[in-house]
Design a protein around this ligand. Structure first.
Ligand code: MN
Length: 243
């Protein structure tokens, strides 16, 4: 494949990703999606919005079952969205975007922080998966993963270790920190964007290891859930997030 052909394919893939799952994570209070300069000067608080699931509930079978996806999306995630938006209004939270919201997490109530994390993390998680995932990264992400962890297998081993060793409920993450990639985990609904997170960076990939994410199908076998989850990782989306 020629360089220009490769670039064309890459651009076409990126456009597809944006078209299918590029829904804005957040709308402002008026429900506008515009990022025009005029909006930047208004002080209206924003609200979190649940993205449409970019596939059907059963599309990640047999790796993640349809019932789990349905309950996870329609009960758990939607409740985080509802609760954080309640908190934004009730507590008169005036941050106007998610970046400011999370970079001031230490100043938020437990309700705003936990539900804000739950709202954002799940939107990010849904987009981190796709039916029939590529199975492995491509392009320069391969070099960066090899440079950071030695090999793809070693990366997966270390990521799975972070996911299995998170005690109780939480998330495993791959993040970008400058030119390096790092693996870690957070408790509850914390995420690496929060100023007071125990693990920080720019998120590239996330895995929900709350029992509600796998218990119906895997019961106590979190390790099996993680092993099968690699089959549905949306590597082209991970690559898009990498800068
Ligand atoms: Mn969850």
């Amino acid at each position: 494949m020629t360089t220009s052909r490769r670039k064309f394919v890459k651009d076409a893939l990126a456009a597809t990703v944006l078209t299918t799952i590029g829904t804005p994570l957040i709308l402002n209070a008026a429900g506008r999606t515009s990022h025009s300069p005029a909006d930047a000067h208004t002080a209206a608080p924003f609200e979190f919005k649940q993205i449409p699931l970019p596939y059907a509930y059963g599309d990640l079978e047999p790796n993640i079952d349809a019932a789990t996806m349905d309950i996870h999306y329609n009960k758990h995630h939607s409740t985080y969205i509802k609760n954080v938006n309640e908190a934004i209004v009730a507590e008169n939270i005036t941050f106007t975007n998610e970046k400011d919201f999370f970079s001031h997490a230490s100043s938020l109530s437990a309700k705003a922080r936990n539900n804000g994390g739950g709202a954002w993390n799940h939107n990010f998680f849904w987009q981190s998966m796709k039916p029939n995932g590529e199975g492995k990264p491509a392009g320069r992400l391969v070099d960066v993963i090899n440079g950071s962890f030695g090999s793809l297998d070693k990366f997966k081993e270390q990521f799975a270790q972070a996911a299995t060793s998170r005690f109780g409920s939480g998330w495993a993450w791959l993040v970008q920190d400058g030119v390096k990639l790092k693996i870690g985990s957070t408790a509850n609904q914390d995420n690496p964007l929060m100023d007071n997170s125990e693990f920080k960076g720019t998120p590239l990939l996330a895995l929900d290891v709350w029992e509600h994410a796998y218990y119906l199908k895997y019961q106590n076998k979190r390790a099996d859930y993680i092993t099968n989850w690699w089959n549905v990782v949306n590597w082209s989306e991970v690559a898009r997030r990498f800068s």
